[in-house]
Design a protein around this ligand. Structure first.
Ligand SMILES: Nc1nc2c(ncn2[C@@H]2O[C@H](COP(=O)(O)OP(=O)(O)OP(=O)(O)O)[C@@H](O)[C@H]2O)c(=O)[nH]1
Ligand SMILES: [Mg+2]
Length: 400
């Protein structure tokens, strides 16, 4: 799973990455601090089934803290995007190619309006985050359009003369973009275009198709960042008309995570509160800031929003579920006795057999049936899995 972090310069993308992954990439209050893509491991947070089952788990592919399971996902922070980047402005859009493999995008917006469209600082409230969303969506759609249009006359000929199927031809052009045929079919449907007559498509049609394809293949969540600034609140409502919006303060999350790492406070990513453990470890100038975070961010919004943005992206926008595979359905463990060792993120609608394939090709190929470890009932190969299911796969070729 790869989530790309996009947005104009200076909106807080790297701060978001650092807060989610506890990395230390450079952050500064001017545009284009980041030039090359930067990667980190972030986590989605779920309530672990260990509490419900009353067992002590030994997680392997994830982390469990006090009954809260953190499942790793990859995050990628890229250079800031300015209007007309697709035509080469700013750092151009070459770096968008870093996002080709992304499954979803988080658009980090400066909700406080402290920066203009190019990321230059302005008087807080003067920048318009709604415009930020509009231009960025256009830039990403134009990037997609450019890729679709590579060899477009050839594509038209192959469809209209050789009677090839547009989705088959496009899947070749778009293969590096982690786009599936189902995405192309859905985008063709959504944009209501005749797939057998691409010659009749206008520039606007092509744009709409590119936009639809981006929406289905790399859905985007808006992270309304910098909510610690007063000028953010009025913009939040307006932003909600633009899509799924999560209010956040990446800066607050980074500070809480760092203090927790140093043992000064008790705080887990996504918590709605924190507890001061060692006041002597907290620098004096940070103490009033902490109280402000407690009252004006956690108290008002319920969290700093960074964890919420990751969770909403994976479970909301991408519609994934979390499933625990086990080898022993009675003890919920693997063959080494590790209890609830792994959690897999799979798309909603995944079947028992598809899960088997995800774990190992051999398990998929020699699948016999699955067992729901909670109820001990057998599941047929096409049984759809549910969120938080604990599943044993029975296969002719078990993993040793
Ligand atoms: N008040 C406030 N400032 C923030 C927040 N997040 C980031 N910032 C500040 O915004 C500025 C830009 O942050 P970066 O993380 O470098 O932004 P970026 O989007 O990666 O910028 P580029 O790499 O230039 O594209 C820095 O001064 C950060 O301290 C936040 O939640 N609240
Ligand atoms: Mg940056």
């Amino acid at each position: 799973m790869l989530v790309g972090i996009v947005g104009k310069p200076n909106s807080g993308k790297t701060t978001f990455l650092n807060a989610a992954c506890l990395t230390e990439y450079k952050v500064a209050d001017y545009p284009f601090t980041t030039i090359n893509a930067q990667q980190g491991t972030g986590y989605v947070r779920i309530n672990c089934v260990c509490k419900e089952l009353g067992v002590k788990d030994n997680p392997k592919n994830s982390i469990c803290m006090d009954g809260v399971r953190y499942i790793p996902i990859n995050l990628l922070d890229v250079a800031g995007l300015v209007p007309d980047a697709w035509q080469g402005r700013g750092l151009g859009n070459q770096f968008l190619d870093d996002l080709r493999r992304a499954d979803a995008l988080i658009h980090v917006v400066d909700a406080s309006g402290s920066t203009d469209l190019e990321g230059k600082p302005v008087e807080p409230g003067k920048g318009d985050p709604v415009k930020d969303v509009e231009f960025l969506e256009r830039e990403i759609a134009m990037w997609f359009k450019q890729i679709i249009m590579r060899e477009w006359p050839k594509t038209i000929r192959e469809v209209e003369v050789a009677k090839g199927k547009l989705e088959d031809l496009l899947i070749d052009r778009l293969s590096g973009l982690a786009i599936k045929k189902a995405h192309i079919k859905k985008a063709l449907q959504d944009s209501k275009l005749a797939s057998d007559k691409p010659k009749s498509w206008s520039e606007d049609d092509l744009y709409n198709f590119a936009r639809s394809l981006q929406k289905v293949s790399k859905p985007m969540l808006i992270c309304a960042n910098k909510i610690d600034r007063k000028t953010s609140a009025p913009n939040l409502e307006k932003l909600k008309q633009k899509g799924v919006v999560v209010p956040a303060s990446a800066l607050a999350e980074f500070m809480l995570r760092k203090l927790a790492e140093e043992g000064a406070i008790e705080y887990k990513a996504g918590d709605s509160q924190f507890k001061i453990l060692k006041p002597e470890k907290i620098p004096e100038r940070q103490k009033p800031v902490l109280e402000k975070i407690r009252e004006e961010i956690l108290g008002k919004y319920g969290s700093t929003g960074v964890q919420e943005a990751l969770n909403q992206t994976v479970f909301g926008v991408l519609n994934m579920i979390a499933v625990y595979p086990v080898e022993d359905a009675n003890k919920y463990c693997d063959h080494n006795g590790n209890v609830l060792p792994d959690v897999y993120l799979v798309p909603k609608g995944t079947t028992a057999r598809e899960l088997a394939y995800t774990i190992h090709t051999d398990l998929g190929e020699t699948f016999i049936h699955a067992i729901d470890a909670r109820t001990k009932q057998r599941l047929a190969e096409n049984a759809e899995l549910k969120d938080r299911d604990i599943i044993k796969i029975v296969a002719a070729k078990g993993l040793k």
